[in-house]
Design a protein around this ligand. Structure first.
Ligand SMILES: C[S@@+](CC[C@H](N)C(=O)[O-])C[C@H]1O[C@@H](n2cnc3c(N)ncnc32)[C@H](O)[C@@H]1O
Length: 310
């Protein structure tokens, strides 16, 4: 069911906010209805604040530090970017449709002494420029979260983190999930918060021509190696071939631009006929470079160049 938040109601919310975010009473509107509201025909999430201990957990699970730029989409009273600056040394920004909340947030940033590092602007989250973000935070209803996913994946660099409070992305396995008690939730009655962490994966789907070079030539396989990666977000299926021979490849995983997988390769000469190798590498667009190690202590460099995207 779609509903429109009465304008008068929204005025009251903003009046409550203008006292400053530390003094904010927990907002009485239950998020439990979980309906997407429409305002000016834009998808909308009502204003409800993330409890302060949940804000800290969101920033901690994303390992926010002084080099991070944290953008909160639908930033409400600004508490997430302001806390990121105040407690974690990060810079930050926020975007909200509500001009009055944006003004409140900028005032709160000034009061907290972080206005030089944190700015809030009025805007629609779907039009937001998040290319500078290393961390994006969300407390939005599912239709908005789902709609934002392609927007975020188009703009964010591999390794950027997205943290969502209470609402996961459909069809994207989170890299970490934490559920804990938040005393401020439900208007001070308390309740559980869940935070979902997603690390933006590099895009690696396709076929890669792989070469090995290094100090242990007798362990290296004969023939041209091809790596085939089937990607669903950060989860990968890997297949390795040398010539016409299909080899065992397993445990392929992406963490941002870091790829790892294991493969059992035939050796060039001497020793056992096959050798397990642990591959680790960094993805940079159409190339991957890294180190492969085997249990005999051999360490070789490897490089891969994408030859097809399917
Ligand atoms: C649930 S509140 C979250 C506030 C803050 N992020 C927090 O966690 O405390 C959602 C906020 O998103 C804003 N909002 C909803 N839909 C939006 C949209 N399409 N574009 C920009 N802001 C939006 C609302 O005005 C509201 O402040």
């Amino acid at each position: 069911m779609a509903a429109r938040l009465p304008h008068r109601g929204r005025r009251r919310i903003v009046a409550a906010c203008s006292a400053g975010w530390l003094a904010l009473p927990a907002f009485p509107l239950a998020f439990a209805g979980r309906v997407a509201l429409a305002q000016d025909d834009k998808p909308f999430s009502p204003f409800i604040t993330t409890p302060s201990n949940t804000v800290m957990r969101m920033l901690s699970i994303a390992s926010v530090g002084k080099d991070d730029h944290v953008i909160d989409l639908g930033s409400g009273d600004g508490r997430i970017p302001i806390t990121a600056a105040l407690k974690f040394g990060a810079s930050g920004a926020g975007v909200d449709l509500d001009t009055r909340l944006v003004d409140v947030s900028n005032r709160n940033a000034a009061e907290a002494g972080v206005a030089a590092r944190v700015r809030f602007e009025r805007g629609d989250v779907f039009a937001a420029d998040v290319r500078k973000a290393t961390v994006v935070t969300l407390y939005m209803l599912p239709p908005i979260i789902q709609g934002l996913r392609p927007v975020l994946l188009r703009q964010l660099r591999p390794g950027s983190r997205i943290v969502s409070h209470d609402f996961p992305f459909d069809g994207w396995q989170a890299d970490a999930i934490e559920t804990f008690f938040a005393p401020e939730k439900n208007n001070g009655r308390g309740g559980d918060s869940t935070v979902f962490l997603y690390v933006v994966p590099a895009e690696v789907h396709g076929r890669w021509a792989l070469t090995l070079s290094g100090s242990s030539p007798e362990d290296l396989p004969r023939g041209a190696l091809e790596l085939r990666l089937l990607q669903v977000n950060q989860v990968l299926d890997a297949e390795m071939t040398v010539g016409r021979q299909v080899l065992e490849a397993r445990d392929a995983r992406l963490a941002g631009d870091r790829l790892r997988f294991a493969a059992v390769l035939p050796v060039r000469a001497g020793g056992p006929p096959v050798m397990p190798w642990q591959f680790e590498g960094r993805v940079d667009g159409e190339t991957i470079a890294g180190i492969a190690r085997n249990p005999r202590g051999a360490e070789v460099r490897w490089q891969a160049r994408r030859t097809a995207r399917r």
